[in-house]
Ligand binder design. Sequence first.
Ligand code: GLU
Length: 471
Amino acid sequence: MTTTICKTRFAPSPTGYLHLGNVRTALFNALLARRRQGRFLLRVEDTDRERSRPEYVAALLEDLRWLGLDWQEGPDIGGPHPPYAQSERTAIYADYYQRLEETNQVYPCFCTPAELALSRKTQLAAGRPPRYAGTCARLNVAEQQARCDRGLQPTLRFRTPVGQKVQFTDLARGPQQFASDDIGDFIIRRADGGPQFFFANAVDDALMGVTHLLRGEDHLSNTPRQLLLLEALHLPAPHYGHLALIVGADSGPLSKREGHFSVRELRSSGYLPEALLNYLARLGHSYEHDHWMPLAELAENFALERLGRAPAHYDEAQLLHWQSEAVQRAAPEQLWVWLESAVGKEVPITCREAFVAAVRPNIRFPADAVFWAERLFGAELALSEDSRALIAQTDSAFFSHALAAYAEYGAVYQPLMDDLKRRTGVKGKALFMPLRAALTGELHGPELARILTLVPADLARRRLEAAGRPV
Ligand code: GLU
């Protein structure tokens, strides 16, 4: 017995940057393939010549790689079923149009957009679902020829079989049934010769050996058409699954404020890939455990049965939660790469590692690290309101003692604190809070021991002196 390997795919149209919605589709397909030790394929659906742009193709490859969603077949790496961009598959589509023509399963349609719009309006007015009235289905060859001779450019329509039920089991939504009579004959090649989405998409999935695919539920009504086409062409059909859409808090479409972000925007505002992965993997899919998981574990625990059918609500607080988790778990080198453009100038080379270790618990975005870099290394220290108040309340002798202890022990935390305790007779909060306030201008922040090793000695002395000076 041969078992078919699971092959999933992501088939974006490069008409814009990847946003949360379509990157979630990519992720779910990648997770499913990994879960089943299968393959994940990337296909560029660039048949819309006007709106597709090469820079969007480059951007989507880069964004997917940044997220760590590697594919085993695709436009950049090739594979057994090239080419992986639809704009390069015209000859393949021509072959399959011809097969349909030879078996009389398609016909040229000369109806103009205005005629089609009128017919649609009339049907709607009569309370019927609009579908193609079949006008051109009945033309004979001579009539077809006469129209071509007049210079009319026909579309190609598929003759949808009459009176059939189209049934399939959706990977996410369970059994589905459509009546072919509600579909009507549909266009599979545009008047300009370009393939219609349904056609190229279905043919490619079959030829590329895609076995399972997850896509947005806005494509659900395309599926019966695609199943009819594949049957007519004697091509294998994949298992289709349709994911509930991602919506805003008010259940409406995602607005910019509510998460309609491109992956690029999220990346440039400092989100880490693991934060997006952990968030998106739970948007319309539930995990048994709510802990942070690396990609391999997200895949291991991915299950079609756990896909939700209700719309998934975007929740920024959740995304921020996973961002914090990702920051706490990132490798130190990864964090430095992430922080470098924001704090590279301020943080001395020899302090990088210690800086990352010190600020990690206190940051969620590089901008938060800028705050600490300024407080640890900046020549001018701006005191927060409460630090200023605390320093004012503290006996100025405390800071002279601190200077003396610092002169004796430098930044070596425990001996320094023991000495300061001895000199001042205070302990606990009263000991370290004024010190923290004087050294960083803040009452909260990284551990004091780490702060001490980071603040350069001359700065530390100046700050202690300044704190001891009467205002
Ligand atoms: N190119 C289509 C889109 O981006 C693909 C739909 C599908 O996954 O089948 O919407």
